[in-house]
Design a binder for this molecule. Sequence first.
Ligand SMILES: C[S@@+](CC[C@H](N)C(=O)[O-])C[C@H]1O[C@@H](n2cnc3c(N)ncnc32)[C@H](O)[C@@H]1O
Length: 411
Amino acid sequence: MELCRLTDLLNSTTHNLAALNKSYSASSSVEALGKADHIELLAAARRLVTALEVPEMTILKISKGPAGHAALRTALMLNVFDNWTSEERRSASDLASQTGSEELLLTRIMRTLASIGIFEEQGENTYMHNTLSRALTDVTFRTLIIGLSSTASLTMAKLPEYLASSGFSNPSDPENSLFHYCLETKLNMFQWLKTQPEQLTMFSEFNAAGTRLQASSLKATISALFPKKEPVGTVNAIDTTENLVMMVDIGAGRGRILKEFRRERPDLVGRMIAQDLPEVIAGIAPSNGVETMCHDFFQPQPVEGASVYFFRHILHDWPDVACRQILTNTISALTPNYSEIVIVDQVLPNTGVAPFSAFMDLTMMTFGGMERTEKQWRILLEGVGLSITSIEGPKAGILSLDSTIKASLRV
Ligand SMILES: C[S@@+](CC[C@H](N)C(=O)[O-])C[C@H]1O[C@@H](n2cnc3c(N)ncnc32)[C@H](O)[C@@H]1O
């Protein structure tokens, strides 16, 4: 019964998507579904696959999952995705000579990729690009695969061993995470990256890629913080004096968010400041209207009285004990009834967490961080003297699972 219902639902959706899809573009057709429908359909499709697979198939698929990741990373190293038009069929021998690999090896890698939906087989040892493989010709998508390889993806295999070594307690020591355990270092990931310029570049590119993919929903999120006319608290939210600080992006990475926002809202004249560690700030290209500043968020915030102190994908990197420190250092700079702390991170549902969100949570565990439920956010923020004023759910958009949490000083 459940199977029939799921099949009907998926058939009608596939039909509707095909109608939307005259010129095929995965993102535009999926976006046309709307966020809620999209999430519901994905959950239904997963239930259908699990219902169709016998448990042994599902279990074996999970147990061999890392093979797909490894095949994809090998193919990226070999540049299999490049120099290949959408219409072309390519044979394994042709691809092997293009990439300087042995044909038999290439065949095994390609059939693995085809089995997980990357490339389409057009006959024995013959392949064509499909939507997924075509996406991997784009550096943004490649970076998502490669960017965290050494820091999170490869360390994940040792998670059970590490958890056993600490008696299966939830990792909450920022100085003794899986990362420390696997890399046999006393440095946290960000300190370690400072000593590994190549890895730092990969990590920064990974962050920039994620930001690029979410650019439109992020711009909408930030723009909504500065409504054109409405006052916030006792001071008008729109700074008309150039010296007032409109927004401090704390742990800004390459500062792309503020740069885009400055372009999007030329009506706003206050200062925008991107803060990060010195080695990251050194890699930011200068940009009109966005200042850069070296600041360690474990030290007190030097910019006082800004309208917004913005944290995107920062607090999920850290356990509560470190988050309390970061927040307390920021709170000391807030102007009561005016300044707001704005956090963009996931707010996990209490039940039915999607695989991507759950995997992100365990990825954060590798550094000692975590994705949080609303209850966990409230405990964290209220515990340092903040009140949550609003939580807005994810905006429409393929990768946007983040919520926007606004908090201000509790009065
Ligand atoms: C996951 S990235 C998020 C970057 C950016 N907010 C974004 O949304 O793309 C975490 C950032 O925190 C920065 N960071 C880590 N430790 C820091 C510290 N102690 N003080 C300031 N920034 C730090 C890292 O350099 C990195 O840019």
